[in-house]
Design a protein around this ligand. Structure first.
Ligand SMILES: Cc1cc2nc3c(=O)[nH]c(=O)nc-3n(C[C@H](O)[C@H](O)[C@H](O)COP(=O)(O)OP(=O)(O)OC[C@H]3O[C@@H](n4cnc5c(N)ncnc54)[C@H](O)[C@@H]3O)c2cc1C
Length: 321
């Protein structure tokens, strides 16, 4: 029997969907009991959401003021303190999990298994390497706790309808004082979250300026989509780096991905491999993005995108024009 601890990702009192996907991965281990751990200053709403997921034994909550912000240095010793008694400790392979889980693994003296995309057995996993160009099967030593991050694009969220019991845990763990929260600077947006959006419109170097990127926002709004970008667009300063999609950005799995003026470098494609439908607009018919696109338009995005937006808006509101 596997006994798995899933570390919940949350912000502003809301459980991130990455937790339900990590839970699905935990269930794939086979005969398994799963607890979800919520580290927070006030865990109430997040714990309630976690308890409503199907197939959870208990939701453990550790409430202390230091857990107000998700600082990996502060959370890791608490996760590590709870790890004995579990066969596996799982977190999502998101910015949160990639920050936290290696520290947990280091504190427990084990090697982390990163980016689990499939479970072949309790100690055998498949994970991508070489920017997703190859998939390797790795085996963790049995008898030691497995610390792993879950590639969220590879797992559907666990179902709802659960009613797990919620248990507060008092942990006597000394927390490090070398890392303190000072402030958060995050771009506020009314658009859907890039990591979890069903539709994403992304732009590349071809947009050529932050101002031109606005063209893409109009199309994203007409589609109800999140906005993403290639690394070239981020490096050029057209958009902030939290919009970067790809190997060193976000790995996403939307229903629809629209790539505008993006060549399709392998490091970018790594981030969109699991997108259901890919639409590419590029003026170079030889661009590699067309090799994986389901629909491709060869042409100048500065002409095509406004027309596309106009068509979408008039289809949504036929009486207006
Ligand atoms: C270690 C490493 C990690 C990396 N990680 C990432 C990552 O996470 N994400 C990422 O995206 N990249 C990443 N890269 C960079 C990657 O290799 C590419 O350089 C980058 O993706 C290119 O971005 P781009 O497609 O916007 O630009 P380009 O490759 O310059 O492509 C621009 C495209 O726009 C087209 N175009 C130009 N004008 C127009 C127009 N008017 N209308 C239509 N099309 C037009 C061109 O034909 C071209 O295909 C990484 C690289 C390395 C080495």
């Amino acid at each position: 029997m596997n006994v798995v601890l899933v570390v919940a990702e949350h912000a502003e009192g809301r459980l991130n969907p990455s937790t339900a996907k990590s839970l699905r991965c935990a269930h794939a281990l086979g005969d398994t009991e799963v607890d979800i751990l919520v580290l927070a200053a006030d865990a109430t709403p997040v714990a309630a959401a976690a308890a409503a997921l199907a197939g959870v034994r208990r939701v453990l909550t550790v409430e202390r003021p230091e857990n107000r912000e998700p600082l990996a240095a502060v959370l890791a010793p608490q996760v590590a303190a709870l790890a004995p008694g579990y066969t596996h400790v799982l977190g999502p392979s998101t910015t949160f999990g990639k920050d936290l889980m290696p520290r947990v693994a280091a504190l427990l003296g084990v090697s982390q298994i990163s980016d689990v995309m499939a479970v072949e057995g309790p100690y055998r996993f498949r994970r991508p390497i070489y920017a997703g160009n190859a998939v390797v099967t790795v085996e963790a030593p049995a008898g030691k706790v497995v610390v792993a991050t879950v590639r969220t694009a590879s797992f559907l969220p666990a179902d709802g309808g659960g009613a797990a019991r919620i248990e507060p845990v008092a942990l006597r763990v000394e927390l490090p004082a070398h890392t303190r929260f000072l402030s958060r600077s995050a771009a506020r947006s009314d658009r859907p979250d890039l990591q979890t959006a069903a539709r994403v419109v992304a732009g590349g170097r071809a947009l050529a300026s932050a101002e031109n990127f606005r063209l893409l926002y109009g199309l994203a709004d007409a589609l109800g989509a999140a906005v993403g970008a290639s690394r070239a667009a981020v490096d050029a300063g057209y958009v902030p780096n939290d919009l970067q999609v790809g190997q060193t950005g976000k790995i996403i799995a939307p229903e629809l991905y629209v790539a505008l003026g993006i060549s399709g470098a392998i490091q970018h494609l790594t981030g969109i491999k699991d997108a259901r439908t890919i639409v590419a607009i590029n003026q170079d018919r030889e661009a590699p993005i067309f090799e994986i696109a389901d629909f491709g338009l060869v042409g100048d995005l500065f002409q095509i995108v406004p027309e596309l937006e106009r068509l979408l808006r008039s289809a949504a509101n036929p009486g207006a024009s």
